[in-house]
Design a protein around this ligand. Sequence first.
Ligand code: SF4
Length: 80
Amino acid sequence: MKKAGGTVRRTTPKRVTCEECFFRVNLLCALDLAEPCGTFRPSEAQLKPPQQLRFVFRQEQRTRAAWAFPSAEEQAALYA
Ligand code: SF4
């Protein structure tokens, strides 16, 4: 965080414990470590998956195909 005088003040990160970990709270942790591991997730996060995007059908009709197979005549011309 930057102060008005131009000095930068750093805050020390809060120390976490396994008791605050989502995996420990939900009895999903099988590790017996002295300190939290790199898998730590705060229990408040609830680890919900991100919301799915909505599927929206296009309303406008396409008038032209973006791509089409060549016609028989065009194919014949390729090998003539
Ligand atoms: S997953 Fe890691 S941080 Fe979480 S409770 Fe287990 S050992 Fe602790």
